[in-house]
Design a protein around this ligand. Structure first.
Ligand code: ADP
Length: 359
């Protein structure tokens, strides 16, 4: 039995190789291990974390507690408290937006629920405590204003476009400037300029995540985004049928060619729970996207069922209401958690690569 008293530096040593989820560097060397209190038989530590990984705070707290329990089995009580830690984002890419991550949401074809998923991801991250912006880059068919029931036009203040705030998310869309249902014609260079302007001229404020709803399929907007914001990561939405999966595969190939990192695939309209009999129906087949994700070596983030209420809330512009359904909320929350886990794992991996000595 170790009778030597435990000191704060023993505690720091035990936590030294725990990597900050945002920067992928030691939480100890970043100074994020705050108060350490060792009293007879009990240890309490407070750790500062930024809102980038807010959805994972509870699981990180449990991991840190477990780590300290293992390091100091002689202590009957170990308590870890997570506190908010502020670290402003750096300016990204040629457009200089202040964001810690840019997550494009793409799909192989239209109608698979890509915009719906983009909104739900933005809402899920914002609900968990992240600072989120949502850019509708589906310039041919902007549907974000409709899904969120937004009708007001953005104003300009200090030469910057003011985003519209909805459910705690800063939203910008070309659809806020044109009457619903009006066709918008774009030539190639105009498309690039429009994306650049929306990124650069919008007063996004400091963001953890900018979610970008991409046009369906492969094309110019992805190329623009990869040039303007080289650190963009992508989530691909698909439905379980083979045809949709083939298109999703093409989209994944395109993102890889553009060196846009893949955070994962989301399968939408995966199954239908009959409200009458409670039976699960696999209308478009089952498990297709998960299998395809494995074949393509892309993380699978989760499934969203085909849900009548979700469809109604989309049509009525009140998508935030679907979070009141506990079953839907739990699968959406799990997808958001998987997305952040993936983003964190990429950052930790990149930080390790940077630290490796070049021989
Ligand atoms: P995309 O962006 O891929 O073209 P949308 O997100 O605009 O597709 O979705 C098209 C429509 O499909 C939405 O308006 C919504 O009514 C419906 N929808 C999307 N996902 C679901 C779902 N999981 N359950 C029921 N309806 C859905």
């Amino acid at each position: 039995m170790n009778s030597k008293p435990i000191t704060p530096s023993d505690v720091l040593e035990a936590l030294r190789d725990y990597l900050d989820p945002e920067l992928g560097r030691s939480i100890v060397s970043l100074g994020q291990v705050r108060q350490i209190r060792v009293d007879a038989g009990s240890l309490s530590v407070s750790v500062g974390l930024t809102s980038f990984a807010a959805p994972l705070w509870e699981e990180i707290r449990l991991e840190l507690t477990e780590r300290l329990r293992k390091a100091f089995p002689q202590l009957p009580e170990v308590k870890v408290v997570i506190e908010a830690w502020d670290r402003p984002p750096e300016k990204l890419g040629l457009v200089g937006i202040s964001a810690k991550g840019v997550v494009a949401v793409g799909s192989g074809k239209g109608g698979v629920g890509k915009s719906t998923v983009a909104v739900l991801l933005a809402q899920g991250l914002a609900k968990a405590g992240c600072r989120v912006g949502l850019l509708d880059a589906d310039l041919y068919g902007p549907s974000i204003p409709h899904l969120l029931g937004l009708h007001q036009q953005p104003t300009v203040s200090n030469d910057r476009l003011q985003p519209i705030w909805a459910d705690g998310i800063a939203v910008m869309s070309i659809g806020l400037f044109v009457p619903a249902g009006e066709a918008i014609l774009w030539r190639g260079p105009m498309l690039h300029n429009a994306i650049r302007q929306f990124l650069q001229d919008t007063d996004w404020g400091p963001l953890d995540y900018l979610i970008v709803d991409m046009p369906p399929g492969t094309g110019d907007v992805a190329l623009s985004l990869s040039q303007l914001l080289p650190l963009t990561e992508v989530v691909v939405v698909c439905t379980p049928q083979d045809v949709a999966l083939l298109d999703a595969t093409k989209a994944i190939t395109m993102f890889r060619k553009l060196q846009i990192e893949l955070l994962g695939m989301v399968e939408n309209m995966s199954y239908f729970i009959c409200p009458g009999c409670g039976m699960r129906h696999e209308i478009f087949g089952s498990g297709g996207a998960k299998r395809r994700a494995e074949q393509l070596n892309v993380p699978f983030l989760g499934q969203i069922p085909l849900n009548v209420d979700l469809r109604i809330q989309c049509d009525q512009g009140r998508l935030a209401n679907v979070w009141q359904d506990p079953v839907l909320a739990s699968c959406l929350q799990s997808i958001c958690h998987q997305l952040v886990r993936q983003a964190v794992s990429l950052r930790r991996q990149k930080a390790r690569e940077v630290q490796l000595p070049v021989l």
